[in-house]
Design a protein around this ligand. Structure first.
Ligand code: PLP
Length: 463
């Protein structure tokens, strides 16, 4: 019989195909029952896997799932320990939660590796903020954001994106979503009730703009980015673009198109909304500068920390031309008086102490490895399918053979427990089929398994 002295674990108790779930459950119970106290160091995955005679991947995956639940943390040296702030009630809650009817492995676009969230650093930042915040900091704050965060963002954006804006010109928002929503309302009040969007383009952003505005004009995207001549043929005076890394194709807006776009805005007295959502991730090329610096009085720059830290923070910002700024701040005041102060102060601390940049450097390496693994898995399991948009971001695009229905491929993948987005979900006009694969949260083995399933379920693995 195999087993480990550690918690007297005996894999003989586990169903043969469910060893990861078994180990997760055992560890959760040990945390809930207090057998594993906060701060306890766990055996290295290699050691525990050897003791239990299970694959090392089983232990790695179990540790990862518990890290995602916040019960374990991986420290910088690579060791794993019970989170110091993991509470027995939290583990008990996770233990008692109804298991999902089917565990969907979600390889949809848009999320970084959230198990790497710098929890310990965030906790330190919050502690420091709580011990230094003044009564003034805890009162009604400026609707455009606390000054400390706006100052930190101004320095960071200048360094990382070449965006120069005084802190007084930065408006802290609830992510890109919050920025688009405010902006659409202000534009509509000004009589700009139509906006052009990229096609294909982020469906979520289209829905938000469509909620507030009268009409959206889909503009085709090619290898050089949005077709500006097609934009000029519409009556729109506002346009939303993702110039550094087009969502979802991954193309970069070419220098010529950038110039055309700015010339269009000047001619039309228009506004370009630059969504810089995942521009911090560039792997094989020099970073693409933000568009904003080229025409700050024509461009609204919006971005967020959803791809760098976590979407759950709902932390983003907007830098708008002077003619819109005051109205945007007024709208934010009238909506909710601004974002909560304490998380803003903690974020300022993370930026000013360099934690955010260190975190980003680590994530870039990790995401790059995962991107390489996804590309290798696609070559292997979806032979003949072209991959694009791999130089940056957290997702890539796989072009499927022309006769294939990408929605049907995604539906078949879902039946097999894999959630993946078809390109057509982000299209307005019909076009060639594809799949958008988000690799950020997944280690290589999981990406390979998911892509293998897609290949076999769709019949594309033997194409
Ligand atoms: C292109 C693009 N822009 C913006 C967002 C939304 O970001 P946020 O979480 O900042 O609202 C997303 C989300 O995935 C996205 O794909």
């Amino acid at each position: 019989m195999t087993g480990s002295d550690f918690l007297h674990l005996d894999p003989g108790d586990a169903p043969p195909r469910g060893r990861t779930a078994w180990l997760v459950q055992e560890l959760r119970e040990a945390i809930a029952g207090g057998a594993l106290a906060p701060g306890t160091r766990l055996p290295a995955s290699r050691v525990l896997a050897g003791d239990l005679s299970v694959a090392r991947g089983t232990v790695v995956e179990a540790y990862r799932r518990l890290a995602e639940e916040g019960l374990l943390i991986t420290n910088r040296g690579g060791g794993t320990e019970v989170a110091r702030f993991a509470s027995a009630p939290a583990a008990r809650e996770a233990l008692e939660a109804e298991p999902p009817p089917r565990a969907l492995l979600n390889i949809s676009a848009g999320v970084p590796d959230l198990s790497a969230f710098p929890r310990a650093a965030w906790l330190r930042a919050e502690r420091r903020v709580l011990s230094t915040a003044t009564s003034h900091d805890l009162g009604y704050t400026d609707p455009q954001g606390v000054p400390q965060l706006r100052a930190a963002l101004a320095r960071w954006l200048a360094r990382s994106r070449g965006v120069t804006a005084a802190p007084e010109r930065i408006i802290v928002t609830a992510g890109v979503t919050g920025a688009l929503s405010l902006l659409a309302q202000v534009l509509r009040d000004r009589g700009v009730a139509e906006c052009a969007t990229e096609d294909p383009g982020a469906e979520g952003n289209r829905r938000i703009l469509g909620y507030w505005l009268d009409a959206l004009h889909p503009i085709p995207v090619g290898q050089d980015g949005m077709d500006v001549a097609a934009l000029a043929r519409t009556g729109a005076r506002a346009v939303l673009v993702t110039p550094a890394h087009q969502f979802p194709t991954g193309v970069v807006l070419s220098p010529a198109r950038r110039r055309e776009l700015i010339a269009w805005a000047e001619r039309r007295n228009g506004i370009v909304i630059e969504d810089d959502y995942d521009s911090e991730y560039r792997y094989d090329r020099a970073p693409v500068r933000a568009l904003h610096a080229a025409a700050p009085e024509r461009i609204v720059h919006v971005s967020s920390l959803s791809k760098v830290l976590a979407p759950g923070l709902r932390a983003g910002w907007m830098i708008a031309p002077a003619c819109l700024h005051e109205e945007l701040v007024r709208k934010r005041w009238a909506t909710d008086q601004g974002s909560p102060a304490l998380p803003q102060l903690a974020l300022a601390e993370l930026i000013d102490t360099g934690v955010l940049e260190r975190h980003l450097r680590g994530l870039r390496l990790r995401h790059r490895e995962r991107r390489d693994a996804a590309v290798a898995a696609i070559r292997h399991h979806l032979p003949g399918c072209r991959v694009e948009g791999i130089a940056a971001g957290l997702h890539l695009l796989v072009w499927l053979p022309g006769h294939v229905d990408d929605t049907a491929v995604a539906a078949r993948a879902e039946e097999a427990g894999i959630a993946v987005q078809p390109l057509s979900a982000h299209r307005h006009a019909p076009g060639p089929p594809g799949l958008i694969i988000g690799y950020g949260p997944h280690p290589a083995a999981r990406l390979d398994a998911a892509i293998q399933t897609i290949g076999s379920r769709s019949g594309l693995s033997s194409a």
